[in-house]
Design a protein around this ligand. Structure first.
Ligand SMILES: *[C@@H]1O[C@H](CO)[C@@H](O)[C@H](O)[C@H]1NC(C)=O
Ligand SMILES: *[C@@H]1O[C@H](CO)[C@@H](O)[C@H](O)[C@H]1NC(C)=O
Length: 184
């Protein structure tokens, strides 16, 4: 390879790194956007909560303490984990939910893109946080595991999905509040 080829590669790498760090700097803004979009899409993908599902309602008890912002980085990591869990939940069998496929896809894509970016920005830089925040991690795991089991037990019925969708909305609303506080 000649010198100009190398320079070109160097320039491309420089651009990628610059774009990358810009994106990482805007992480809180992006997180907020993703949460806002996801909330809108959750509402768009289905109708109002069906009355007939009321009696199947469950309380999953979101572990609020994982979002108590003592350290911004810790909260960011927790939010990242929550996004991953939500993405996982919404990759289950959605046939009976009968939601708007376009809105659902946009919801999944939005989360996925954000997960990829956050992984690059947060996790790799702060691996030590993950180890020190094992307690929070387990709490989140337990919470989402409960939802997962609930969906499995109900064989991903329409009501189990509507109840989970309502739960995820509450969860994202909580995150929305926390992000607003962090950014102020
Ligand atoms: C999803 O659930 C529906 C309805 O219970 C079932 O007919 C279908 O086979 C399931 N699909 C997968 C991929 O498991
Ligand atoms: C489904 O959602 C998309 C995107 O949010 C929207 O444009 C479309 O009108 C919706 N379709 C129905 C049938 O509600």
């Amino acid at each position: 390879m000649n010198a100009s080829g190398l320079i070109q590669i160097g320039l491309i790498l420089l651009c990628i790194t610059t774009i990358f760090s810009i994106q990482c700097n805007h992480l809180p803004v992006q997180q907020r956007k993703v949460v806002e979009n996801s909330l809108q899409l959750l509402d768009k993908m289905g109708k109002r909560f069906p009355q007939q599902c009321l009696r199947e309602k469950m309380s999953f008890r979101f572990p609020k303490q994982v979002l108590k912002p003592r350290q911004k980085e810790t909260v960011k990591v927790a939010i990242e984990e929550i996004f991953q869990h939500i993405f996982y939940i919404f990759s289950k069998n959605l046939t009976l939910a009968a939601w708007n496929g376009t809105a659902l896809e946009q919801f999944q894509n939005g989360l996925y893109q954000q997960i990829e970016q956050l992984e690059a920005c947060v996790i790799k830089k702060h691996t030590h946080y993950f180890r020190s925040k094992e307690v929070n991690r387990l709490k989140l795991k337990k919470y989402f595991h409960k939802i997962d089991c609930f969906l499995n037990d109900k064989q991903h019925s329409l009501c189990s999905w509507e109840i989970s969708r309502a739960e995820m909305r509450r969860c994202l609303q909580l995150i929305d509040k926390v992000i607003r506080k962090l950014n102020n």
